[in-house]
Design a protein around this ligand. Structure first.
Ligand code: G3I
Length: 426
């Protein structure tokens, strides 16, 4: 029996190793960032460009990649420890080092949750958990059941919480607080959810019906999580990526198409109505530091903050070397000045096409030194940045998997960027 488990673990490891470096982008999800390609090209070569908004390349937008989520069999026998992992127990701890400043979080995939060594490192380093994918609308919205009885489910699609439960059980068992990601997003939300009879060949719902579906989804998620895991989730990304780069609302979003511009305000209104007291409500976006985009974001969310329905801004922070961290911190401060709210750095990774830059690991580390130094200065000046999340554990599992964007190698060796963050602590 033990032999079989070992064999299974080895086979699984071989599958993962075989999958590393693959870049199959033929996924079923509909990530729709218009500037994807441009962003990819400019980020790789823009190191020397000034960080003015005119020249700054667009932060990475998801080009959906096949990250092949595998649920690994958990083998607790230490003699079966997979030799491709290095020992990590003596690493300094990010969460401990920065505990007087902010939550230090990680985006965790189901692949990480199914593996002992990934888990050991994750829980040693981080005290905040974001589900990389498993708490997005497409993880829970059971449109297939709704489509079987569309009259009955017309205004209220059922939600299957199995994947949410796995995430929340894991976070709770490992003493990590949770950032909920995300309630309302154009991507990773079933197309069927927006259509009459949950049939994507039918017309879009009218606005009134769509808002009912939105309200019911938000209600179900917030009430279910609070009833079953009270106090575990400290913040939710209520709306993700509603604003385009430089041209106002993201017009290709189904939410915009079906509901119109006020879908953002409505989502926050419902979230406030159903969230337990103390759960913070965030607007989350990429390129949120760029001046034009910040202007457009503020235009939409300022009235929401004034209505008392917004507690914070999530700045995703998929960055490259082109960025001057001091410019980034000016934008952080501006959100606080304008809205009086908290700021979270929600999806930090710093990548580059390693083939196009010499000495990448050192450059990434230097960037982290400057970024975390500037961040602490900003906090010390009174700006409440209360959570920082790294978007993934090891480089090979990152959505930017060929860019060396994270803090650990595939075998869990810590990178100079990790040491730089530890050493930047004042
Ligand atoms: O779950 C399916 C699996 O069933 C299937 O076998 C496999 C094969 O294609 O695909 C799996 O889905 C993939 C999913 O990740 C889980 O691995 C999707 O194809 C893939 O597109 C998806 O990518 C995620 C991406 O969001 C989708 O937009 C990334 O892992 C995730 O890191 C990324 O995260 C986003 C944030 O939520 C929002 N901000 C940008 C950020 C980076 O793109």
């Amino acid at each position: 029996m033990k032999k079989n488990r070992l064999l299974a673990a080895l086979l699984t490891a071989a599958v993962i190793l075989g999958s590393c470096g693959s870049s199959d982008s033929s996924s079923g999800t509909s990530e729709t960032a218009p500037a994807d390609k441009e962003a990819t090209e400019t980020t790789a070569s823009a190191e020397d460009k000034p960080a003015s908004e005119e020249n700054a390349p667009t932060e990475f937008i998801p080009e959906a990649k096949n990250t092949q989520e595998l649920i690994l069999e958990v083998d607790t026998d230490p003699s079966h420890r997979d030799k491709r992992f290095v020992e990590t127990a003596d690493y300094a701890q990010l969460k401990e080092t920065y505990k007087d400043k902010f939550y230090f979080g990680c985006a965790v995939s189901e692949r990480v949750m199914g593996n002992n060594e990934y888990t050991e490192l994750t829980v040693a380093q981080f005290n905040s958990y974001t589900a990389e994918n498993a708490m997005k609308p497409d993880s829970g919205l059971d449109w297939k059941t709704a489509a079987k009885n569309p009259e009955f489910y017309k205004e209220h699609a059922p939600v299957n919480f199995n994947r949410f439960k796995n995430c929340l059980d894991y976070a709770q068992a490992h003493n990590m607080k949770v950032r909920g990601h995300t309630l309302v997003w154009h991507s990773q939300t079933p197309e069927e959810f927006f259509h009459v009879n949950y049939d994507k060949t039918s017309a879009f719902c009218d606005k009134e019906l769509m808002l009912k579906r939105m309200e019911n989804y938000i209600k179900d998620v917030l009430e279910w999580t609070n009833a079953n895991y009270p106090g575990l989730i400290y913040a939710w990304d209520v709306v993700n990526e509603a604003i385009d780069d430089g041209s106002g609302m993201r017009k290709q979003s189904n939410w915009y198409k079906v509901v119109g511009e006020d879908f953002v305000a409505k989502a926050f209104e419902y979230a406030r109505k159903y969230a337990a007291p103390g759960v913070k409500l965030f607007y989350n976006d990429y390129n949120a530091y760029q001046a034009r985009k910040q202007r457009d974001i503020l235009k939409v969310i300022k009235p929401i903050a004034e209505a008392g329905n917004l507690d914070g801004v999530g700045m995703q922070s998929h960055l490259g070397l082109y960025l001057n961290p001091n410019d980034f911190m000016k934008a952080v401060k501006k959100y606080h000045d304008e809205l009086g709210c908290e700021i979270h750095i929600t999806e930090l990774d710093v990548g580059n096409d390693k083939k196009k830059v010499d000495d990448w690991e050192k450059k990434q580390a230097d960037f982290m030194t400057r970024f975390f130094t500037a961040l602490q200065k900003t906090i010390d000046e009174g700006v409440p940045v209360t959570s920082v999340t790294i978007w993934g554990l090891t480089d090979d599992m990152s959505w930017r998997q060929n860019e060396g964007a994270l803090l650990f190698e595939m075998d869990l060796t810590k990178k100079p960027a990790f040491d730089a963050i530890i050493e930047a602590k004042k």
